[in-house]
Each structure stands twice: as structure tokens, then as C-alpha cells.
Design a protein. Structure first.
Length: 456
């Protein structure tokens, strides 16, 4: 999601706190000189890419991998000031030498690779001991994903990204924790999208736990509390009240807000897997690096255009224009959205749809109402296939007919979306950035734990 401090997953090849729209690959390769780099002629980086593996025609549908990230000083711009201190003192030649040494260690270690990852990797997310689950739709930097999906079981390879050398090994699927809802996770998907509420309970050894309560809690105590909370949820307990009492997710503990789950949403993999397998009203437990998530699937918001979402895809690269309307629990940095109640934004959506039905010019309404300060005044269009869009905007846009209008709720607010003809000239506005507080919830990127964590 474009917000999220707890459910958010990291991107492979980058520290967990840098996961998200800004760090998917080609757009963040870094620009400008590194003030810490030595002066003199530019020397090409040492090429260690496993070309034999990367050149394979067949890719796996998904793969579990662990990796060691090794950076060097010239890559500082890509890290936005969060580079590991060891990497800041290292040249590319030194990084290449170390990567080759780690490659040999991973090949020789068999299944006992976690100590090597812990000792050498500069990706905090890799040090959790949990592998990354990589698939074609995963939001990892492209080079990382390409290698991961071509590795054979227990094979080791190297690929370079804007974050450094990734020395990677394919591993088996990890076993479930005894407390996880194995019966639910074993099901086929129930839906392509779901809305869920969750209560996060961590313990002191949870790699990404931040709440002071988790810092002093042992795992057996977390297990007992998660069981207790799950029983209360299944007995019909109020999720908002329970979240306020028990949850350690900074994005939802004070509001009990819902999260939209799709396969492309930027959430940790296990959160997605259980969310799409729950029945409406059902609750279960899943474990991530943040702790135990006691999750309940709830009825989707009635403002969404379900009739359109139920259709097959009409166009993968549909072009759309949109009007963004926020409210106090879901908005970008716009005072109108900050001041509205949910009832007021629902009323405004209905009024705006009525104006559109009465032939009001969509671009005029964008200029008047939209809280996206880039596309609104310009009346500009975007292509729904571009990276960084909330996944539900993409899902709706791909199913709209030309000139048809639909509505979707996101953490940024309500989007009134109109599909425009395929020959419409595109303008390049990026999606609105979350407000500093992260629309009532977690940020899209995790602030680094004193040392960090990624979904490459």
C-alpha cells in the first residue's frame, strides 16, 4: 500500500524502510555525484552477474530466496542517506571481492546459510531469517526478481542492482508457525481483493517489531495473547475497540482502519496470502517479521463500483482521468480532505457523479474538486499500468469501458475514475504522496530499525 508502517513489506535489494514506489528499480538508480566517492577517472563496476542463470528462457512462477546485499560508496544516492556504514567505506572492487567470497560461502554452507546472511548482508530485511517469496507480480527491483525466478533449488547466483551486489540462494518454502491458520492458508484464493482489519502482536525477537510492549514480551506470551485476541474476534468482538486495546500497528491501532488486500498491494506476502483466503466475517492468524497478525475479513466498502470490478479486464493499459476526494481518515496533504467526515465525502462523491451524469465536463470537475495538485489543475490522464498506483485503481481502470466512470476507495481518499480513449495524450504526474502522518496508518516505507530490512 502507499502507506503502512507495519504491514508494509520491503523490496528486495533495498532496505526494508526504503520499500515502495520510489525504489522499484530503474527510476531510482541514483543521479549526481557521490561526495564520498574518490576523485579521478570513472572505472566500470566489476561485472559479477550470473549471466548463465539470467539468460535462462524459463522462469519459475515463484521462488523463495535468501540473499546477502553488499553495497559500496558510489551507490549512496540510491539509499537516500540510509546506506550501511560498512558500505560507505567500501569501493566497488572491495565489494566485488567480498561478494565472491560470500558466493563461495553460500555454496559451501548447504542449508545453514543464515549465519552468513546475518554476518554479511546490508539488507536489514534479509537478516530476519525469513526468505523472500518472489513472483512475477512481486514489487522487487527487476534485476533481483529476474535472478530469483531463474534459480534452481539450492542454486546460488549474483546480480547487481542500484543497491549493490545481491548474492542469492534459492531455498525451500519455510514451515508455518504453529499458531498460524494453516487450514485457511492452504485454501485457493477466495477473491482478487479483500478488505481486512488486523491486530498486530509482536515480541522482542520479532525483527521488525517497534512497539514498546513488544520489546519486553517473550514469544510464548505473544502466542498466548494472540490466541486470546483471536478468540475475542471470533466471538464477535469489536475490531476497532480490540485494535485500540491490543494492536501494535501504528497505522491502525488508533482507528481500526481497514486495509485493501490484492496480490499487487505493497504488503508483506503472508498478509496478502491470508487476506485473500479468508471468507467475509472469518478471522485467522498469520506470522510476519512484525509479529502475529490477528486478521478479520470485512465486507468491502459499499462506495466501490463492484459491478465494474466483477468484470474481466477490458484493457491492461487503459488510460484514465480521476478526481481525488479525501476525508479525515484517508487523504493527502489537502485541507479540504483533512476537514471532511466520511459522511461528507460520501455525499460529495454522489453529487459529483450526478454532475457527471448530467454532462458536466470531467476536466472542469477535476480542476474544481480534485485534491491531487498535479493532475487536477491540468486535467491530465495516466495509464493504469504505470508502477506506483494503488492496485485497486489499476483493477478498476482496466475494467472500465471508454467514457465510463467508477469509484474506488483507497488510503488516499475516494477516486472517481473515468476511462478516456486510448489515443489520449498522457501527462506524467506521479501519484500523490502520502501526508506526513501516513493516511491514518502506516507509511509506505518503514523507518529503519537502528540498523534496517527489504521485499528486494
Amino acid at each position: 500500500m502507499l502507506s503502512g508502517d507495519v504491514v508494509q513489506g520491503p523490496a528486495v535489494g533495498q532496505p526494508k524502510d526504503m520499500r515502495g514506489s520510489g525504489m522499484r528499480g530503474s527510476g531510482m538508480r541514483g543521479s549526481g555525484a557521490n561526495p564520498h566517492a574518490p576523485k579521478g577517472p570513472t572505472v566500470p563496476d566489476v561485472d559479477l552477474d550470473s549471466k548463465d542463470i539470467l539468460g535462462r528462457a524459463n522462469a519459475n512462477a515463484n521462488a523463495y530466496v535468501k540473499h546477502v546485499l553488499i553495497g559500496w560508496s558510489d551507490l549512496l544516492p540510491a539509499y537516500r542517506g540510509r546506506m550501511d556504514p560498512k558500505a560507505m567505506k567500501r569501493t566497488n572492487a572491495e565489494a566485488a571481492k567480498l561478494a565472491q567470497e560470500v558466493f563461495a560461502k553460500l555454496k559451501a554452507a548447504g542449508d545453514a546459510i543464515d549465519p552468513i546472511v546475518k554476518e554479511f548482508s546490508e539488507d536489514p530485511g534479509s537478516q530476519t531469517g525469513n526468505p523472500y517469496n518472489v513472483s512475477a507480480k512481486s514489487q522487487f527491483v527487476p534485476e533481483f526478481k529476474k535472478l530469483a525466478l531463474r534459480l534452481e533449488d539450492k542454486e546460488v547466483g549474483i546480480v547487481k542492482t542500484q543497491f549493490g551486489y545481491h548474492v542469492m540462494k534459492r531455498v525451500g518454502k519455510p514451515p508455518l508457525d504453529a499458531l498460524e491458520s494453516a487450514d485457511i492458508l492452504a485454501r485457493p484464493k477466495k477473491t482478487e481483493f479483500a478488505e481486512v482489519q488486523h491486530i498486530l502482536i509482536g515480541w522482542k525477537d520479532s525483527p521488525a517489531a517497534r512497539d514498546p510492549r513488544a520489546k519486553t514480551r517473550e514469544k510464548p506470551a505473544a502466542e498466548a495473547l494472540a490466541k486470546e485476541v483471536l478468540a475475542k474476534v471470533r466471538a464477535g468482538g469489536d475490531m476497532v475497540k480490540l485494535a485500540k486495546e491490543y494492536s501494535e500497528d501504528p497505522g491502525s491501532k488508533d482507528t481500526g482502519r481497514t486495509y485493501t488486500v490484492t496480490e499487487e498491494e505493497q504488503l508483506v506476502e503472508a498478509f496478502i496470502q491470508i487476506g485473500l483466503r479468508l471468507d467475509v466475517g472469518e478471522a485467522g492468524i498469520v506470522k510476519t517479521e512484525f509479529g502475529y497478525h490477528v486478521m478479520k475479513r470485512v465486507k468491502p466498502d459499499p462506495i466501490n463500483s463492484f459491478d465494474i470490478l466483477a468484470r474481466p479486464v477490458v484493457s491492461e493499459k487503459a488510460k484514465v482521468k480521476y478526481i481525488l476526494l479525501g476525508w479525515k481518515d484517508g487523504h493527502i496533504d489537502d485541507k479540504r480532505g483533512e476537514a471532511r467526515t466520511r459522511e461528507e465525502v460520501d455525499k460529495l462523491v454522489k453529487e459529483t457523479l450526478a454532475k457527471i451524469a448530467n454532462k458536466a465536463k470531467f476536466e472542469d470537475l477535476m480542476k474544481e474538486l480534485s485534491e491531487d495538485k498535479q493532475s487536477g489543475p491540468a486535467g491530465s490522464a495516466i495509464e493504469v499500468a504505470i508502477p506506483g498506483l494503488p492496485s485497486m485503481i489499476k483493477m478498476l481502470g482496466q475494467r472500465l469501458k471508454v467514457d465510463e466512470v467508477g469509484v474506488i476507495k483507497t488510503q488516499f481518499g475516494m477516486f472517481i475514475i473515468k476511462r478516456v480513449p486510448d489515443d489520449t495524450v498522457l501527462a506524467p504526474p506521479p501519484m500523490p504522496k502520502p501526508q506526513p502522518q501516513r493516511p491514518p496508518g502506516q507509511p509506505k516505507v518503514l523507518p529503519p530499525p537502528p540498523a534496517e530490512a527489504p521485499k528486494p
